[in-house]
Write a protein that binds this ligand. Structure first.
Ligand code: KIV
Length: 278
């Protein structure tokens, strides 16, 4: 039985912090699930950290569904949230419904996430009415990077802070079960967290959110093109992998790999026979 959205909401009531991570593939998702993380986001950040795009903008539904399926196959307990890509929920409620339904029916996710506040509230309401749990996402919303003028902290000025608080309340009223706060000043995140009954999940939003989310490739030190200020590296796997690859190359070249240990045998008389025949 997977973690439910009710259990996630209860964690806030119990003041138990909620750890969430992104994952994009079978192997990694399996390890995250086995570690007991309750929420996995199949984030559209996969555009950068798995597919090498410059931003999340080019990510397609097909790519998201492909990765969501792999994450679902690798996991048993964790609640999986599919991240709706750019322009898959903006044009109409009907688009939002059919694309969200794909995450649930084809992908096997239990919930979806979409970016934006008041502007997406109607869509959130309709998805929730149709039985699709929705996680909101406000603050720095990477899909709007061209409109926002890049990746900057949001809500430092009072007007923008007021708008973010209002957006959070509207998303809660619309039925979102949790809200990601990305790159918002810690005191504002704390205020939003206190004002909502549903959990806030922060990324670069300070320690007072109900939960935290990180991109797995950042915390593992796997993605080194850009390391955000809010990411902490708990491992440096890129270095480990490069060392392992260098060791492999040098052993292949020096004939120390493979040895008999990694080789298969057969009856010597058969080889003699083949030699004689050829
Ligand atoms: O795509 C993603 O990884 C995200 C998180 C940063 C919240 O949206």
């Amino acid at each position: 039985m997977r973690v439910t959205i009710t259990e996630i909401k209860e964690m806030k009531q119990r003041k138990e912090k909620i750890p969430m991570l992104t994952a994009y593939d079978y192997v990694t998702a399996k390890m995250v699930d086995e570690a007991g993380v309750p929420l996995i986001l199949v984030g559209d950040s996969l555009g950068m950290v798995m597919l090498g795009y410059e931003s999340t903008i080019p990510v397609t539904m097909e790519e998201m569904i492909h990765h969501t399926k792999a994450v679902v196959r690798g996991t048993k307990k964790v609640l999986i949230i599919g991240d709706m890509p750019f322009m898959t929920y903006h044009i109409s409620v009907s688009d939002a419904l059919s694309n969200a339904a794909r995450f649930i029916q084809e992908g096997g996710a239990q919930a979806v996430k979409l970016e934006g506040g008041e502007v997406v509230a109607e869509k959130v309401r309709r998805l929730v009415d149709c039985g699709i749990p929705v996680m909101g996402h406000i603050g720095l919303t990477p899909q709007s990077m061209h409109q926002l003028g890049g990746f900057k902290v949001r809500g430092k000025a009072v007007e923008e802070a007021r708008k973010l608080l209002n957006d959070a309340r509207i998303l809660e009223e619309a039925g979102a079960f949790a809200i990601v706060l990305e790159c918002t000043p810690a005191p504002l995140s704390k205020l939003i967290t206190q004002k909502l009954a549903i959990p806030t999940i922060g990324i670069g939003a300070g320690p007072d959110c109900d939960g935290q989310v990180q991109v797995i490739s950042d915390i593992l030190g796997l993605y080194t093109d850009f390391v955000p200020k809010h990411a902490k590296q708990y491992a440096r796997l890129a270095g480990e992998i490069k060392n392992a690859v260098a060791d492999y190359m040098s052993e292949v070249k020096s004939l120390s790999f493979p040895t008999t240990e990694q080789s298969y045998t057969m009856d010597e008389s058969l080889i003699k026979q083949l030699k004689a025949e050829s």
